[in-house]
Every structure is written in C-alpha cells, then in structure tokens.
Design a protein around this ligand. Structure first.
Ligand SMILES: [Zn+2]
Length: 316
C-alpha cells in the first residue's frame, strides 16, 4: 500500500505538461552524468536544502548506476509542498519534468527512506506508450526501483523481496480476467506490470544462461532512443527498440507475454519467489531441508538463486 499515492495520482492524470507557478524558488542546475537537472524547490518548505539535495542525489545515483548514465539530457525537477505522506504524489511528464510533493514536516530520515523519486526517475528511461500498455511503464518502475536501490546499498537486502511479495499478489488476475493488455485495474497495472517484467527478466536470464538480463534490454531501449521521448505514444508492436540485433535472442514481446502470462502461471511464479530460505531475514540463504545438503549457487536454482541473481550487479 505504500505505493498507492503515487499510483493514484498518475492514474488520474493527463499527459499535458503543467504550468509553473510562483511558489517555487529560483532554479538550480544540478549536473548529472549525461545531462543536467534543473531543480526548483517550493519556497515554503523548511526542510534543509542539504537533506533535499542528498535525497535527489540518491535517486539520481540509483538510476544512473542502472542505466550507465542519466537517461535524459535535460530534466526539470519540481519539489513542491503538500501535506500527506512524507513524500507524496510524484509524477513524471513525458521525459521532461518530474513534479513531486513533500510534507512540510518531512525529515532527513523520511527522505532517506523514500522510493518515490527513484520510481519517477526510472520512468524517464522508457517511452510513453498507448494507454493499453500503461502496465509496462508502471510495472517497470515498480520492478527496477527496489533492485537498483539495493544494488547500491541504499536499502536493506530484504526490501525488494518484501515489496514484491506484498505487492505482486495485487497484480494477479481475478477469476475470468485475461491478460494485462488494456487493463484499467490499479493492482494489475502496477503490480501485474511488475510481475510481467520480473518474468521477462527471468526469461532472458534463463535463455541466455545468465549472460544477459533485463538490464541489457532496458539499456538497449535507452541507447535506441527510447528514453525521454517526450509525448511519444507508441504501440507495443514497436517494442523491439534495437534489442534483438545486438543480442541474438528474441526480444521481450510485451504484447505476447502480457497476454499469455496474464493467467494462472503468474500465481505460481510469484509464490515461488517467496519460497526457500527465510527471505524476510536472509533472502539469499536457503534453509536446509532434513535430508538435503546446502543449496548450490546455480542461478537457476529458484528461488534463492533467483533472488541473488536479480540483486547482483553482474550476471551469472
Ligand atoms: Zn509511476
């Protein structure tokens, strides 16, 4: 439920860029790898500017580490004040603007715990799609944000598995529901989309023996010009994005997988992720069974190997 406030606002919003207003202070230019961020902060916010800057730096570090560089050359980031959760109502607009709100009483600890700004920045690396494929956009940010943050030690090693095991069941189809394409359901959009990318990641890793992963596919999308394509509305049929020629395997096909995997196998895949070992405390250590030896390190040895696989920065 933590991710509800971001989700609801994005869900209800339109694509048009919002107008600026006088409540924002003077813009500051923040150089990042591959570009600049123009940061404007609400003049009414009393949070220390150094704390806010550290918060922004952490989010930039997570997405930059994942993509190899910041995914767009120019971004405007507006930090506005709104009562609510410590950080609330984040939204990304067409690869050019992120607007995010913080509560007047936000603390440095709150900011250090925040996931929302990183989630919004991950949207910058993926094209805007037709509304029928909105689950691809939201699911990708939901999937990458905890993995990127844990890879940099910004959050506990157990955090991604806690997020996934609590969130993914909300993305499972109800009886009689079909695939994800065209869904307008919140849980299926955000967490169904997250399951989709999780399965794509596993699929790529298993078919390539761990040589490649979703990381390679997403970076290829960015290099292929998919990132920051303001106002682009693409269909899922356009979704090769330069991936297949480089890697010699079939590209992830959002339309096909979104449909085929929108049924019962999803539940099994989610359940398997949580099995084996005490993932709430030691996600990478398998509990010995009475008759078995210690677990191997085979990345395909689900689910302990899978968890280790996904949070590692190297393949295999
Ligand atoms: Zn989002």
């Amino acid at each position: 439920m933590l991710k509800l406030s971001c989700a609801l606002l994005a869900w209800a919003g339109a694509l048009a860029l919002p107008r600026a207003d006088a409540a924002l202070g003077p813009a500051e230019i923040l150089p990042v790898s591959g570009g600049t961020i123009t940061v404007a902060i609400d003049t009414g916010l009393t949070a220390k500017r150094t704390d806010l800057r550290h918060w922004i730096d952490r989010a930039v570090a997570a997405v930059t580490h994942y993509y190899g560089e910041f995914p767009v050359a120019a971004l405007r980031l507006e930090v506005r004040m709104r009562a609510g959760e410590p950080v609330n109502s984040g939204r990304e607009f067409s690869g050019r603007l992120i607007r995010i709100h913080v509560d007047p009483a936000v603390t440095a600890t709150d900011l250090n715990r925040d996931w929302m700004l990183t989630h919004e920045m991950f949207h910058l690396g993926f094209p805007s799609l037709d509304p029928a494929y909105h689950y691809l956009e939201e699911g990708l940010s939901d999937y990458l944000e905890p993995l990127a943050r844990v890879r940099l030690g910004q959050t506990r090693p157990t955090q991604p598995w806690q997020d996934f095991m609590e969130g993914m069941p909300q993305g499972l189809p109800k009886p009689g529901e079909g695939g994800l394409d065209g869904t307008r359901d919140w849980g299926r959009t955000y967490w169904g989309g997250c399951i989709f990318w999780f399965l794509v990641d596993l699929d790529i890793r298993q078919r390539t023996g761990g040589r490649l992963s979703l990381d390679d596919a997403i970076r290829a999308i960015v290099r292929g010009g998919g990132a920051g394509r303001g106002g682009l509305v693409a269909g899922a049929d356009d979704a090769d994005w330069g991936w297949s020629d480089r890697h010699g395997v079939d590209p992830p096909n959002p339309r096909r997988m979104g449909t085929e995997r929108g049924r019962s196998p999803l539940a099994g895949a989610v359940a398997r992720l949580g099995r084996g070992g005490d993932w709430r405390r030691r996600p990478f250590r398998r509990v010995r069974s009475s008759g078995g030896g210690p677990a191997g390190n085979d990345p395909g040895d689900q689910p302990v190997g899978v968890r280790r696989w996904l949070t590692g920065t190297r393949h295999g």
